[in-house]
Design a protein around this ligand. Structure first.
Ligand code: ZN
Ligand code: ZN
Length: 184
């Protein structure tokens, strides 16, 4: 971890591991980039890629807290595609033809969820329920109204009954966490 990052960004090894696994599963190659989390990303941005050294992907924490696992994967693949093209020397590829080819072959959507982005400035008041998979991965998701079973996106990229998420009943409303009692 070298070089200066924009203010507020923090290196996130867990997110970096997820991105590296996704990149390896998609390309068979090793991710040689840092993945950072940005608490406040400007306006309608869910993620950015910066060429190196070191190359760096930053994802919006506010977006990740609101999106589905599928949208999270889309966002990661979007920034990984920028990284991939950068690595191939296509520094000006942007969202042009080569990027669109990757979109098709890697199967991701170019656009982040616009509704989430529009609401990023407003506080999220939709309650979240803590779901856990058999391996112990935690996911804070919106309550399911359709009763459909969901499986852990970290354990398996496809729906898999062996990795079913269990509703723990633990709930929190974003931004309204119980106050910490650090002083006695
Ligand atoms: Zn982009
Ligand atoms: Zn899991």
């Amino acid at each position: 971890m070298t070089g200066s990052a924009p203010r507020g960004w923090r290196h996130d090894p867990g997110l970096e591991t997820d991105a590296a696994e996704l990149y390896r599963a998609t390309t068979g190659q090793t991710l040689d980039a840092e993945v950072w989390l940005s608490p406040r990303m400007a306006g309608h941005t869910a993620g950015v890629f910066q060429g190196g050294p070191p190359p760096r992907i930053a994802l919006s924490q506010a977006y990740l807290e609101r999106c589905t696992l599928e949208e999270r994967r889309d966002l990661m693949l979007h920034e990984l595609a920028h990284y991939h093209l950068w690595r191939l020397g296509r520094r000006r590829a942007g969202h042009g033809a080569e990027f669109r080819t990757l979109m098709r072959t890697w199967r991701f959507s170019r656009y982040p969820n616009a509704e989430i982005l529009q609401n990023l400035r407003r506080p999220d008041t939709v309650p979240r329920i803590l779901y856990v998979c058999p391996a112990g991965h935690e996911h804070w998701l919106r309550p399911r109204s359709n009763g459909r079973e969901i499986s852990c996106g970290l354990c398996s990229r496809r729906f898999d009954r062996r990795h079913l998420l269990r509703d723990t009943g633990i709930q929190r409303i974003p931004g309204q966490e119980a106050p910490h009692r650090s002083r006695s």
